[in-house]
Design a protein around this ligand. Sequence first.
Ligand SMILES: Cc1cc2nc3c(=O)[nH]c(=O)nc-3n(C[C@H](O)[C@H](O)[C@H](O)COP(=O)(O)O)c2cc1C
Length: 179
Amino acid sequence: MSVAINWRKRQSYIARSEMGKTMDKAWLKALGHMCYGIYVLTTADREKINGMIASWVSQVSYDPPLVSVAVHPNRYSHDMIQGSGHFALHLLKRDQRYLLQKFKLPNPASKFESLAWSRGETGCPILKECLAFMECKVRKIYNPGNHTLFIGQVVAAQLVSEEPPLTTLDYEGVYLGRE
Ligand SMILES: Cc1cc2nc3c(=O)[nH]c(=O)nc-3n(C[C@H](O)[C@H](O)[C@H](O)COP(=O)(O)O)c2cc1C
């Protein structure tokens, strides 16, 4: 099984300490202080697998259970989600910060290296170590701005641990979503 190669270089997040200097717009400063969970989103298109950090994630319906995730079209994962119609979201435990280094950069060779994972019902990679995971089937796709909003119906899920979740409060950077 091969992890697809993506060498594009992007800077879509900045260190929190840089915010004052970089963020001259009032709305950007305010939005930069919103709190989110930090998730590993995985996807698979046939034999190719990939994963990325995503924080612009929310539940949007109880019945049916729907979640939304905003993904920039530059992300390699973007076209894989669109092509396969599936993605999986992993809630992380607070002590899993090390996964940020693996999944926040387009460095495919090391993304799943030394991690235990298996294919879920949707074919998406499911990390063995996580707080919870949910596998989603894409139901709607919107293009409201510079990110694509994927609305996915949760078709399989499991709570793995009751530990505290990793959130943007545990992260020194801010995801701006500029590019
Ligand atoms: C804390 C944090 C949150 C992020 N949230 C998102 C997000 O919600 N949507 C997005 O498109 N990229 C987000 N990213 C950026 C992607 O994780 C990053 O661009 C990654 O390299 C994409 O991988 P890919 O191109 O292999 O899919 C975030 C990065 C960090 C560090």
